[in-house]
Each structure stands twice: as C-alpha cells, then as structure tokens.
Design a protein around this ligand. Structure first.
Ligand code: ADP
Length: 374
C-alpha cells in the first residue's frame, strides 16, 4: 500500500482524509497542533513544523508521496525529497513560484497570462512613490492569507496603510465577478476542469461569503476562463490540483488574481455537488488512477460557518438542528474546539435546482446557524 503524507492538518487535510478512506492508501499527517482537524482521521500523526526543513524532510523521506494543504510548507525540503524519489504534489518549483506573490505575478507576466498590471514595492517608502498607480491593491509578498496580506489603496490617503515589506502593488480591477476554476493535472499531463465557481464576498470581512457552482456566465467568458486557467496550470509544470482565482471585469475581460497549488475552499461543494470531488481527484492523481468526472450532479452553493463576532472560546453551533431539517443540505463541522471571530469552523453545502433556490437557502442558513462560544 502506498504511503502518502499531508503537510498541514487543517480542514482541507481533514476532507482529504475523508476521501482517502475509500482508497488503498496509508495516510500520514504532520502539523504542530496534535488536536488539529486532521489529526484523528489519519493513520499516523507526526507533531512537527511544516516550515522547518528538518521536520518536513524527516517526515517525508519514508513516504511514497506528499501533498500540502497550505502554502507555508518548507519547499527546500520538498525539493530534496523530490530529488530522492518522493513524489510531491505540487512540485517544489511550482510551490516556490506561487508562495511569493511577487514571483507569482512575474510568472503570469512571463507567460503572457492576463493579470492586472503591477509594480513591486520593497518597503513603505517605495510605496509612497507610487501615487500615479492608484487606485490599486497592495499585497505582501510572503505570508499573507485570508485577506490579511491585502490592503486596498483607493486614494493617496490610503498609502500609509500599505505594507512596509516586499510587496506587489497591482491596479484595481473593476470586478464584476470573482471566479474560481479548479483543475487537476496528472503525471501524464492529462487535465480535468471543474465547472466555474462564482465567489460572492462579504465586503466587510473580506472572507469568502458564499459561492455558487456552476457560475452563470456568457459562453465566451467561460471559454476565456477555461483557456486562461488551463494555461496557468500547464505552465506551472506540476501534477496536482490547482485553484485558479480569476476576476471578470465589467467589460468581460478576464484576469488571473492568484493560484493555489492544492485543494481549495472554493471546491468544497464538489464533495456532494460533483461526481468526483476535488479531494477524490487529488487521490486519483497521487495514486496513479484515472482522473475522475468533474461534471456537476446538481447546482450547488456553499455557506462558510465563521466564528461569530464577539465570541471567543469553546465553540457552540446554535441553530444546527434547525438547519439539518432543510432538504438537500450537507453539514461539515471541522472539529475545531475553539472559535474566534471570523475563524473558519465549518461549511454547509446546498444542492438546488437553480440559482434562486440556492441563494434563498444560503441566506436562510446564514440567518439560522451561528458559531458562538459558551
Ligand atoms: P487572499 O489570498 O488573502 O485571499 P486575494 O489576492 O485573493 O487575497 O485578495 C483578496 C480580495 O481582495 C479579492 O478576493 C478581491 O476581492 C480583492 N482584490 C484583490 N486583488 C484585487 C485587484 N487587483 N483589484 C480589485 N480587487 C482586488
């Protein structure tokens, strides 16, 4: 039986393990917190720091394959393991390109992949010189996620809010829709694309609010999205699963925002909504099986369960029983003991016949269930 390790033990790792239970594979997880969401679903848990070279190397060297569920993994250790014959999904060079927002933007530019125009700023002082470039969005090169490394710079008064560290300043796109394209690519370079996902954001929290799949788009826009997302994945030259996030602007032009080289929040609906889920698909890639069917069974929506404002402590899921009375909904609680404002505690998938149906249920769920603390 193949031995496969996951670096990181959050909800993505947990859902990967749920899918792994259907395959002949022995699973390993490394993460610092022995009580993390994935810790109790794997065959073997190792406490360790995914950013530390030795920890990653020692974890991976007895395994056949490795994957990641977060980008902050030490890619030098992954590269060494790759050279020693461990199959790594995604390849270390692809992770290195994506991990640094400057390298990622340069990659798009070099490969003529449409992305918003940008300049690189080394520090706050360099940012101050870019008045002519605003309105723009400042993104820290390393270490930002879930909106924390992103600052909107609408006017010159916002310039001091930018990061005093290497960062990308990119032109603000007049966004009509934010779309995610999930694509799997195997060792033979065969690809499988999921239907596009429409990500609808909460302007206050800057965290994903709800998402709908398949997104409603003119056919021409869909073709552009598919062609661009496929090019991103092919040029990265790595097997694995990728989530390409794109903007469609008010003219129908398409720009790549960013790419994740792993299973992704925007693909959770595929567990119930599509024939082969993004998690199932990654196992197919890693275990050398044929790619799965990405078609949707029914249109679907996701509502994220975020820790409510003003509550920190042992999580309580108020309204859960009420929500479970609804038809065609699937609850996923990630098993995090502690809640805090905005923390991703779970998600609910809704299957429905059309967009109107899905939005109605999504709003009902959002009003009914709250994650609070005792
Ligand atoms: P994160 O990786 O932290 O989620 P993103 O790069 O996805 O950061 O940016 C977060 C949000 O900021 C995006 O979903 C989008 O709404 C907004 N945003 C990012 N870049 C731009 C841009 N160039 N123009 C307009 N809005 C943007």
């Amino acid at each position: 039986m193949l031995k496969v390790g996951i670096l990181g033990g959050g909800q993505l790792g947990r859902m990967l393990l749920q899918a792994a239970a259907n395959y002949p594979v022995e699973t390993f997880v490394m993460e610092n917190d022995p009580d993390c969401p994935a810790a109790h679903l794997c065959h073997h848990f190792t406490k360790g720091d995914i950013r530390n070279f030795d920890d990653v190397y020692n974890f991976g060297r007895h395994l056949n394959a490795l994957t990641i569920e977060i980008e902050s993994v030490n890619e030098d250790a992954l590269e060494k393991l790759e050279n020693e014959g461990v199959k790594v999904y995604p390849r270390a060079q692809a992770l290195r390109t994506i991990k640094n927002k400057i390298a990622q933007k340069q990659f798009y530019k070099e490969h003529e992949i449409p992305t918003s125009a940008f300049v690189i700023t080394e520090n706050q002082q360099a940012l101050q010189l870019q008045e002519a470039f605003i309105p723009a969005v400042h993104k820290i090169a390393m270490g930002g996620y879930d909106g924390r490394g992103v600052q909107l710079i609408r006017t010159k008064e916002d310039l001091p809010l930018g990061f005093d560290a290497p960062a990308v300043l990119e032109k603000m796109v007049n966004i009509d829709k934010e779309i995610a394209m999930i694509i799997a690519i195997n060792e033979k370079k065969e690809t499988a694309l999921y239907p596009p996902v429409d990500m609808v954001f909460d302007p206050h929290l800057n965290l994903l609010d709800y998402q709908l799949s398949p997104a409603m788009l003119p056919e021409k826009t869909l073709w552009k999205l598919e062609a661009i997302a496929l090019k991103v994945v092919k040029e990265l030259q790595s097997p694995g699963i990728f989530a390409v996030e794109l903007f469609v602007d008010r003219n129908g032009d398409v720009f790549v925002n960013e790419t994740a080289p792993r299973v992704h929040n925007s693909g959770h609906h595929t567990i119930e909504g599509n024939f082969s889920s993004q998690f199932d698909m990654l196992w197919r890639v890693m275990l050398g099986y044929p790619l799965g069917n990405t078609k949707h069974i029914m249109p679907s929506a996701i509502v994220n369960l975020l820790g409510a404002e003003g509550f920190s402590g042992t999580a309580q899921y108020e309204g859960l029983a009420e929500v479970l009375k609804m038809e065609n909904i699937f609850v996923h609680i990630y098993g995090k003991k502690q809640t805090k404002p905005g923390r991703k505690m779970g998600h609910i998938t809704i299957l429905g016949k059309d967009r109107q149906d899905l939005v109605f249920s999504a709003n009902k769920i959002k009003q009914t269930i709250k994650v609070r603390a005792l």
